[in-house]
Design a protein around this ligand. Structure first.
Ligand code: NDP
Length: 328
């Protein structure tokens, strides 16, 4: 059994020496009520980059969700072979002492792939569903801009916006990603932000400051510029700020207050767990849209637990298209 622990605090760019692979013994005998689980799929997500102030302390197991299979059971509710979702962290095997507390409610997957519980039917899917619909309140005919548009969350937001009848403009970091979101996911415009300046792109795709909604995954100067293209009373959902995550100090500017004032924008940040009590509603909608073919998904699968840090570092280099998943 193995686990990945934090060897060095995350400061600046994430590097291989931030991680340490540690061997663990698994107990020979379980007590009543306990389970031994083996990871099947794990996930790497940008939020795992948070610092020590949020519990990411040296020596601790890196945190995160996983889908696991029960391999030894002393709990009738979870017989051997049961599939569970839990926040067990980056580990191959987990001794579950208190199943009621440690195991998350698992989504009803039906014939959908299990790994979607970590993507479109899991936390990233709920982020797209609630973070976009609740904060942007999109209406048919409106113009929506999505940054990080070929990632786990962004690719879903753009498709939800299309379902709601919006014109969708996505920004992503490679030509292939742009081709995917435009040709397969149905975005109306897709720009490689590394090649086309955001002002030039939005003058073309949303002329005369006609952006109604902006779903922001990246922050930084990119977002400062998008806000100058918003329509009066536009809505902005601040989901992520990945362009700042490796900064060693809190960014102090330029800040887009004048754009917010001038266009009377409603700008709101969120942490998806605020809608946790409504998760089932989001899962039901996502499942329906996936089954109807209205939402497509891609997974960037890395095989092998040993490669987990590399897959995590890949998020900050844009190596993934769609959801980054680790397959055991
Ligand atoms: P993604 O699947 O989108 O992976 C990260 C992507 O970010 C990369 O593929 C890369 O794509 C892009 N990226 C990396 N560095 C930069 C940079 N410097 N500038 C611009 N883009 C960059 O991750 P998720 O979909 O899981 O997460 C997207 C965002 O949403 C993150 O910021 C994350 O922290 C946030 N989030 C927030 C939640 C909340 O509750 N508020 C919950 C879940 C996620 P590219 O090639 O296009 O550059």
């Amino acid at each position: 059994c193995k686990k990945w622990t934090l060897a060095k605090p995350f400061i600046g760019k994430v590097t291989p020496d931030n991680f340490k692979l540690v061997k663990e013994d698994i107990p020979e005998k379980l007590n009543d009520g306990e389970l031994l689980c083996e990871a099947v799929y794990l996930t790497v997500d940008p939020y795992m980059r948070v610092g020590a102030e949020t519990g990411n302390a040296v020596g601790n197991t890196l945190f995160g969700e996983q889908i696991a299979k029960v391999i030894v059971s002393k709990n009738a509710k979870y017989p051997v072979g049961s599939i569970v979702r839990m926040r067990a962290g980056w580990r191959t095997h987990t001794l579950v002492k208190d199943a009621e507390k440690e195991i998350s409610r698992s989504a009803e997957m039906g014939d959908l792939p299990l790994s979607l519980m970590l993507g479109a039917m899991g936390m990233p899917g709920m982020t797209a569903y609630f973070g976009f619909l609740e904060l942007c309140q999109p209406k048919a005919g409106e113009t929506v801009v999505v940054s990080g548009a070929a990632g786990a969350v962004g690719s879903l937001v753009g498709q939800i916006a299309k379902i709601k009848g919006c014109k969708v403009i996505g920004f992503a970091g490679t030509e292939e990603k742009c081709k995917w979101i435009k040709e397969e996911l149905g975005f109306d415009f897709a720009y490689n932000y590394k090649k086309t300046d955001v002002d030039t792109a939005l003058k073309e795709a949303a002329p005369d400051n006609s952006v109604d909604c902006y779903f922001d995954n990246v922050g930084g100067m990119f977002t400062v510029k998008v806000l100058t293209h918003m329509k009066t009373f536009g809505r902005v959902s601040i989901c992520g700020s990945i362009s700042n995550y490796n900064d060693t100090s809190v960014p102090t500017g330029p800040l887009p207050f004048f754009s917010i004032l001038k266009s009377q924008l409603r700008v709101e940040g969120f942490i998806v767990l605020r809608w946790y009590s409504r998760w089932e509603e989001g899962e039901t909608a996502m499942r329906q849209w996936i089954k109807e073919g209205k939402i497509k998904y891609k997974e960037h699968v890395t095989e092998g637990f040993e490669k987990m840090p590399d897959a995590f570092m890949g998020l900050f280099e844009g190596r993934n298209t769609g959801k980054a998943i680790i397959k055991m």
